[in-house]
Design a protein around this ligand. Structure first.
Ligand SMILES: [Zn+2]
Length: 259
């Protein structure tokens, strides 16, 4: 019976100490602290081979902000969008946002899009429409901007989703399609024998992922769908000190695409 209050007390002390730090800063809420939270215990808790896949994806060691909850991938988009002036593309535009993030969403709305649709296959609240990315219920060329941050790795027929993303974008439209992929693997890694939470967690890194993308396969699929690659390198915008301070994934480039 004593264990639970003890754990809560230790957590409380840890949070209080963390607040005193200044080495890290959340780019979204601007607060400073000592460290970001780890995702599920961080990289030391991942299977060895996951580490060796050389993932361009989430930074599990510098994951969540203790104040606003923004995770590394979300903070990274804020920084890329600022650096590239992409927020202006939202103004008066039609924007389709899959798996809308808690902080990114109001930021997009603050730039006054003419239409803003929040979409998810598993909506968590009434403001989000249930939309299947492989069968998007909108006409061709309905949107100027499409954001799907870490969505494709959850979709079995991701090539269908890419063709739908392309279809609903206007010519010269902008798509931001972040997904984790392995810089080691050339081909995607997925197998019908890998089913169930435990196997998916082990082989794909998360229970609800359905593959590990290989770099070549992933980028070829984007081009096959018709997209023009406008990949923006992390290193071109953020130095090591900035990367460390804001806890953003150094290996993740911005998967920016145009139609
Ligand atoms: Zn924050």
């Amino acid at each position: 019976m004593l264990k639970r209050p003890l754990v809560a007390a230790v957590k409380q002390v840890f949070r209080a100490v963390n607040r005193l730090g200044w080495q890290r800063q959340c780019y979204v809420c601007r607060k400073t602290f000592a460290s970001f939270s780890r995702y599920r215990g961080g990289s030391r808790r991942q299977p060895d081979f996951q580490e060796k896949l050389d993932y361009a994806g989430s930074d599990v060691d510098h994951f969540g902000c203790m104040y606003c909850g923004a995770h590394d991938r979300e903070r990274h988009l804020f920084m890329f969008f600022d650096a590239l002036g992409l927020w202006e593309r939202m103004t008066s535009a039609h924007v389709l946002h899959f798996a809308p993030e808690k902080n990114l969403s109001p930021k997009i709305i603050s730039h006054s899009p003419a239409l803003y649709v929040k979409a998810d296959f598993y909506p968590t609240d009434d403001s989000v429409r249930k939309i299947d990315a492989t069968d998007i219920p909108f006409a061709d060329e309905a949107f100027d901007v499409l954001v799907a941050n870490h969505v494709l790795e959850h979709i079995p027929d991701y090539r269908k989703a890419l063709s739908e993303f392309y279809r609903v974008l206007k010519p010269n439209g902008l798509a931001i399609l972040q997904t984790p992929y392995s810089r080691l693997l050339k081909k995607n890694f997925e197998d019908d024998g890998i089913t169930g939470d435990a196997a998916r967690l082990f082989f794909y890194g998360q229970e609800d992922h359905v593959r590990v993308f290989g770099e070549e396969d992933f980028f070829r699929a984007l081009e096959d769908a018709g997209f023009k690659l406008r990949i923006q390198r992390h290193d071109a915008y953020f130095d090591a000190a900035t990367t460390a301070r804001y806890g953003i994934p150094a290996r993740e480039d911005l998967v920016m695409l145009e139609k």
